[in-house]
Design a protein. Structure first.
Length: 67
Protein backbone atom coordinates (compact mmCIF):
# COMPACT_ATOMS: atom_id res chain seq x y z
CA UNK A 1 0.00 0.00 0.00
CA UNK A 2 2.82 2.38 0.84
CA UNK A 3 4.45 1.90 -2.59
CA UNK A 4 1.10 2.55 -4.28
CA UNK A 5 0.82 5.93 -2.55
CA UNK A 6 4.34 6.85 -3.71
CA UNK A 7 3.38 6.00 -7.32
CA UNK A 8 0.29 8.19 -7.10
CA UNK A 9 2.37 11.07 -5.79
CA UNK A 10 4.84 10.71 -8.66
CA UNK A 11 2.00 10.68 -11.18
CA UNK A 12 0.47 13.71 -9.55
CA UNK A 13 3.83 15.47 -9.72
CA UNK A 14 4.14 14.75 -13.44
CA UNK A 15 0.55 15.79 -14.09
CA UNK A 16 1.12 19.09 -12.30
CA UNK A 17 4.39 19.65 -14.15
CA UNK A 18 2.68 18.90 -17.47
CA UNK A 19 -0.15 21.33 -16.74
CA UNK A 20 2.35 24.02 -15.71
CA UNK A 21 4.41 23.46 -18.89
CA UNK A 22 1.25 23.59 -20.99
CA UNK A 23 0.14 26.84 -19.37
CA UNK A 24 3.59 28.33 -19.88
CA UNK A 25 3.53 27.28 -23.53
CA UNK A 26 0.05 28.72 -23.97
CA UNK A 27 1.17 32.00 -22.43
CA UNK A 28 4.29 32.09 -24.63
CA UNK A 29 2.22 31.36 -27.73
CA UNK A 30 -0.78 33.54 -27.12
CA UNK A 31 -0.08 36.30 -24.67
CA UNK A 32 3.63 37.06 -24.23
CA UNK A 33 4.64 40.61 -25.11
CA UNK A 34 8.18 40.36 -23.74
CA UNK A 35 7.35 39.34 -20.17
CA UNK A 36 8.95 35.89 -20.23
CA UNK A 37 12.41 37.08 -21.24
CA UNK A 38 12.33 40.31 -19.26
CA UNK A 39 14.06 38.80 -16.17
CA UNK A 40 17.03 38.00 -18.43
CA UNK A 41 17.02 40.85 -20.95
CA UNK A 42 15.33 43.64 -18.97
CA UNK A 43 13.58 46.43 -20.90
CA UNK A 44 15.19 45.26 -24.16
CA UNK A 45 12.88 42.24 -24.02
CA UNK A 46 9.82 44.48 -24.45
CA UNK A 47 11.45 46.36 -27.32
CA UNK A 48 12.66 43.31 -29.26
CA UNK A 49 9.70 41.08 -28.37
CA UNK A 50 11.66 38.02 -29.44
CA UNK A 51 9.21 35.30 -28.36
CA UNK A 52 6.29 37.13 -29.94
CA UNK A 53 8.12 37.39 -33.25
CA UNK A 54 9.22 33.75 -33.02
CA UNK A 55 5.68 32.41 -32.62
CA UNK A 56 3.89 35.16 -34.54
CA UNK A 57 2.55 33.00 -37.37
CA UNK A 58 1.52 30.24 -34.97
CA UNK A 59 -0.27 32.87 -32.87
CA UNK A 60 -2.33 33.93 -35.87
CA UNK A 61 -2.97 30.32 -36.88
CA UNK A 62 -4.27 29.59 -33.38
CA UNK A 63 -6.60 32.64 -33.64
CA UNK A 64 -5.05 34.60 -30.80
CA UNK A 65 -5.43 38.36 -31.24
CA UNK A 66 -2.16 40.02 -32.03
CA UNK A 67 -2.34 43.36 -33.81
ZN1 LIG B 1 0.32 39.48 -35.60
Amino acid sequence: MRVRVAVLRRETWWMGLSVAAGMLGLFALGFDQGQLLSPVLGDVSYQLNVLHELVHDARHAAAFPCH
